[in-house]
Design a protein around this ligand. Structure first.
Ligand code: AQP
Length: 344
């Protein structure tokens, strides 16, 4: 944990370290979102002072359809609860319902050199080149400032994310440090919290790219979706890319490594133990074991999801209450930042 010396931030509730993380309500969530993020958020709620956000403003960079944004927010809220997030332990809220996010986002944009944003891997892969780049929304470029605002507003000590978000959290740290250097102690400097297994689940069709919602939308065989029924999981895993070997032998190829990693993450085993367990097992046997592990973990989540999704009134109450609690913390940080900028 690194807190700027001499800082006077409000202590986290109950003296537990504070975490903040979020997921975009874009398309359906996949196994990577679960193993890299959601599962840890839920299982470690008792250890932290938790803020979990549905980052709908970020979704505008990729999903312009208002109806889809609206329904995806409720779907995601139901999935948060189905995965075990407990509103009694965690503040669960929608980013756009706390105006301080957009307000601080602008302030941070004004303190971020353009080159830092242009160098981000996600921007480079999403923005393309030439004419393609001219059409991409400016939000794809400035997205990391909004994400930095999400984190910094809550004085978060840790940001539990998958490995793909490491660069964004590091940029957040750089931006916060820059503001602190220029304007005095404004922000607490957060740390990424990234696990040893499940932090980078790869595409089933192409194990050299990370499993992602946007790819799953155009290539269904790419990802296990959290709401996939058991037979769909079985079919997708049976078609997952492996290699020409008949059985698991080290060194394993990328596709087999991905299946082993998924199994290790779900069962809570180390990678080394998982490799030892499956060495010599046919790929058919490995795929069967991975399918069973996935279905075992997803089926109860899906049952709880159906329960929560059917009760929109409760979902809206949870989100309204979360926005109110989040707003109190966020507004205090925003005021501190505005004062440091000479705005108030
Ligand atoms: N493949 C993954 N393995 C482990 N963790 C992952 N996360 C995302 N993909 C993996 C983690 O899930 C959280 C939410 O991230 P997100 O909303 O950005 O999800 P996404 O799947 O990355 O979404 P998109 O829309 O498909 O984005 P692109 O197209 O950029 O990949 C984060 O904690 C993330 O680390």
């Amino acid at each position: 944990m690194s807190i700027a010396p001499g800082s006077d931030f409000p202590p986290p509730r109950g003296d537990r370290p504070r975490v903040l993380s979020g997921i975009q309500p874009t398309f359906q969530l996949h196994l990577g979102n679960y193993l890299g993020a959601l599962r840890h958020w839920a299982s470690e709620q008792h250890s932290y002072d938790n803020f979990f956000c549905i980052v709908d403003l970020h979704a505008l960079t990729v999903v312009p359809d208002p109806e889809l944004v609206r329904s995806s927010v409720l779907e995601l809220a139901a999935l948060y609860l189905a995965c075990g997030l407990d509103p009694g332990r965690s503040v669960i809220f929608v980013q756009s319902q706390v105006p301080a996010h957009a307000q601080l986002g602008w302030i941070l944009e004004c303190h971020t050199p353009l080159g830092w944003l242009e160098r981000m891997t996600q921007f480079r892969s999403k923005a393309g080149t030439g004419r393609e780049r001219e059409r991409v929304s400016a939000g794809v470029l400035t997205y990391p400032d909004l994400m930095a605002a999400d984190i910094l507003l809550y004085n978060a000590e840790f940001v539990p994310v998958g490995d793909d978000q490491r660069q964004h959290v590091e940029l957040c740290r750089d931006i916060a440090q820059r503001v602190n250097t220029l304007r005095g102690e404004v922000f607490r400097i957060p740390e990424p919290l990234i696990r040893a297994t499940g932090a980078r689940v790869m595409g089933l069709d192409d194990p050299t790219t990370k499993m992602s919602k946007s790819t799953a939308l155009v290539k269904p065989a790419h990802a296990i979706l959290m709401l996939d029924p058991p037979d769909v999981v079985r079919r997708k895993i049976s078609r997952a890319t492996t290699d020409a070997n008949p059985a698991v032998v080290e060194p394993v190829g990328a596709g087999v490594a991905n299946l082993l990693d998924i199994h290790a993450a779900i069962r809570g085993d180390s990678r080394a133990d998982t490799v030892a367990r499956f060495t010599g097992v046919s790929y058919g046997g490995l795929k069967q074991a991975v399918t069973d592990a996935i279905n075992e973990v997803l089926e109860p989540v899906q049952a709880r999801y159906r329960h929560w999704r059917a009760d929109e009134a409760v979902l809206r109450t949870v989100l309204a209450d979360g926005a109110e609690r989040a707003g109190v913390v966020a507004d205090a940080t925003l005021l501190r930042a505005q004062r440091a900028m000479g705005l108030r």
